[in-house]
Structure formats: structure tokens, C-alpha cells
Design a protein around this ligand. Structure first.
Ligand SMILES: Cc1cc2nc3c(=O)[nH]c(=O)nc-3n(C[C@H](O)[C@H](O)[C@H](O)COP(=O)(O)OP(=O)(O)OC[C@H]3O[C@@H](n4cnc5c(N)ncnc54)[C@H](O)[C@@H]3O)c2cc1C
Length: 284
């Protein structure tokens, strides 16, 4: 199927983006890497009158580190994050997750901002950002605001972004040297969206895990922090008994619906398997 007709504008500045958004409102859509948006147009799931191409806005691209905070521009591609030595060193969770996103051709073009704005419940970046307690910088004509990742995702493909706003940066505080991370995922085939995935981070000192963060993908309408399972591990060593107890409490945290391939019970069981794998990795 072909996309419905639409007008196209390549923005040269954020100011121009805001002017276009103010004039066209809901009938305009931002175009970043186009890897999700163009597919939805071709399937006629969306029919904006105007595409505002933001892909050439250099200020929204690249990775910077300042005062212990990693700042990733919304237009930074999945591949740039995957290949960044700074990311591997300071935020290894992102480096571990990136290879699970689609295929190299898509990772070369798709952007972190596009993925977060889309908020697919099976996407990797939203869960990583929740696990890392990221904050998002959101700009509009009259200024900027910062929103915590945990408050940004509002449901199925729904976020705190308003139609006149642009997600410009992701900010993540670099965890201390005692922190460990693990990203684990199960998919039908390499490169497919996850059936279930888990972005995990914890502080490990003398074998004890604390400040545990377990953010799941593919088990709800958005990324989900498993607070009861996190509490079951907090301040303990990841022994087989503790892992079993945390996995058991997952049923209270997660209430996955079935998808095309897996029943709800299968998803919960897969989440338990991934929890065991991730906790074992954090404990190493
Ligand atoms: C075959 C295939 C497999 C895929 N597999 C996976 C996968 O396994 N995991 C995964 O996470 N993703 C997957 N994707 C999606 C891919 O990661 C996309 O790159 C990503 O979801 C969207 O990024 P984009 O830059 O292409 O955004 P676009 O497609 O350009 O935009 C997506 C949406 O976000 C909005 N938007 C974009 N940037 C901004 C911004 N800065 N501020 C506000 N709104 C914005 C757009 O208006 C649009 O509504 C897959 C895609 C394909 C085609």
C-alpha cells in the first residue's frame, strides 16, 4: 500500500519547527528517522497533512558527557549509541540493549527520540530509560521542561509529549563504579520486537544488591518497573532462593496480556526466566 498524500517541510531550526507545529497543530507530524512513521503511513494507520523533517537539526544529535550526566540528542541513531565507547563505558545497559533493536539497516537510521516518542510497549529504549531513571528534555516555543522517564510513558503508544512539543535530549546520570547492568530479551527471531525483555541495574557491594531497578518490556502497555520483585531482592545477595522469591512476586507486578505468539501465562513465565538470568548477571 502507498502512503496517503502529504506535504513535506525540512526544518532548519527548532524555531521553524515550532512555527510549523503552531500553524498545523495535530495535522502535522515530526519525521526523524522515519523507520516507524513511514511504515504507519504506508499502512494508512496515520494520515498527517504535513511531515516536518527534523533530521537535519544538528543540535539534537550526538552524545555529550558533562558533570556526571550523559546527554543524548533525540536524533542520535540506535547505531551511534551501540558503537559509542563512552556509552559502553558509562551506560553499559544501553550498549547491551542496542543490538536487540531491529536490524543494522534500521539501527543506522532510527533514532532514540523517535523510539521514545513512539512508545512501542516492546521497544528497548523506553525500558532502559526507566531502569536508568533517565530524564527527557522537551522543548516547545515558550521554553523547555524535564520529565522523568517513569512519568513520560502514559499507556499504549501514549506519552507526556504534547502536539506542539519536541523531545530534544535524554539525560542520564552516570551510575557509580559499583553498579552493574544486564539487558536480556526473548524474541521470535533476532531483530524482531521482543516478546518479553528486561533492563536491569543494581549496585553490587560485597555480593549484596541494592538500588535494584527491573524495567520490563513487552508485558504491558509500556515499560514497567517491577516494584515488588525489586523489593524482594533489595539488600540481599542474588542466591537461588532470593531469585526464586523475586520471580514468584512478579505475578503481582506484571499482568501481561497475550500477543500474537504467546499467552499471558507464557509471557509471565518468560519474564521469570529473564529475571533469573538478569539477576545472575548482576551478581557476577
Ligand atoms: C522492521 C522493523 C523492526 C523494528 N524493530 C524494532 C525493535 O526490535 N525494537 C525497537 O525499539 N524498535 C524497532 N523498530 C522501530 C525503530 O527502532 C524506529 O527507528 C523507532 O521506533 C522510531 O525512530 P525513528 O527515528 O525512525 O522515528 P520516526 O519513525 O521518524 O518517528 C516515530 C514517531 O515519533 C515522533 N517523533 C520522532 N522524533 C521525535 C522527537 N524528537 N520529538 C517528538 N516526537 C518525535 C514522530 O512524529 C512519529 O510519531 C523497528 C522498525 C522496523 C521497520
Amino acid at each position: 500500500m502507498k502512503a496517503p498524500p502529504f506535504a513535506y517541510a525540512r526544518a532548519r531550526s527548532l524555531a521553524e519547527v515550532f512555527d510549523l507545529l503552531a500553524r498545523h497543530g495535530d495535522s502535522a507530524k515530526l519525521l526523524a528517522g522515519g523507520q516507524s512513521l513511514l511504515a504507519t503511513l504506508n499502512m494508512r494507520l496515520s494520515s498527517p497533512e504535513l511531515l516536518i523533517d527534523i533530521s537535519r537539526l544538528g543540535d539534537l544529535s550526538g552524545i555529550q558527557i558533562r558533570d556526571g550526566v550523559v546527554r543524548i540528542g533525540a536524533l542520535t541513531t540506535h547505531a551511534e549509541i551501540e558503537r559509542s565507547p563512552e556509552i559502553r563505558k558509562r551506560l553499559p545497559l544501553l550498549a547491551q540493549a542496542a543490538p536487540h533493536i531491529a536490524h543494522p539497516a534500521i539501527r543506522n537510521v532510527g533514532t532514540i527520540g523517535g523510539s521514545l516518542a513512539l512508545a512501542d510497549p516492546a521497544a528497548e529504549w523506553p525500558a532502559c530509560c526507566v531502569a536508568l531513571d533517565a530524564h527527557f528534555v522537551i522543548a516547545r516555543k515558550s521554553g523547555t521542561r524535564r520529565v522523568a522517564a517513569r512519568d513520560f510513558f502514559k499507556g499504549l503508544y501514549a506519552t507526556a509529549l504534547r502536539p506542539t512539543e519536541v523531545l530534544t535530549h535524554v539525560e542520564i546520570r552516570v551510575p557509580g563504579p559499583e553498579y552493574r547492568s544486564a539487558f536480556v530479551e526473548l524474541a521470535q527471531r533476532r531483530g524482531d520486537y521482543a516478546i518479553v525483555g528486561l533492563a536491569a541495574q543494581a549496585k553490587r557491594a560485597r555480593g549484596i544488591l541494592s538500588d535494584v531497578r527491573l524495567a520490563y518490556l513487552g508485558v504491558g502497555t509500556g515499560p514497567l518497573l517491577a516494584r515488588k520483585a525489586m523489593a524482594a531482592i533489595e539488600g540481599k545477595a542474588a542466591s537461588p532462593d532470593v531469585i526464586a522469591a523475586a520471580s514468584k512476586t512478579l505475578a503481582q507486578d506484571l499482568d501481561p496480556g497475550p500477543d500474537l505468539y504467546s499467552s499471558a501465562a507464557t509471557k509471565l513465565q518468560l519474564a521469570r526466566v529473564l529475571t533469573g538470568r538478569a539477576l545472575a548477571a548482576l551478581a557476577q
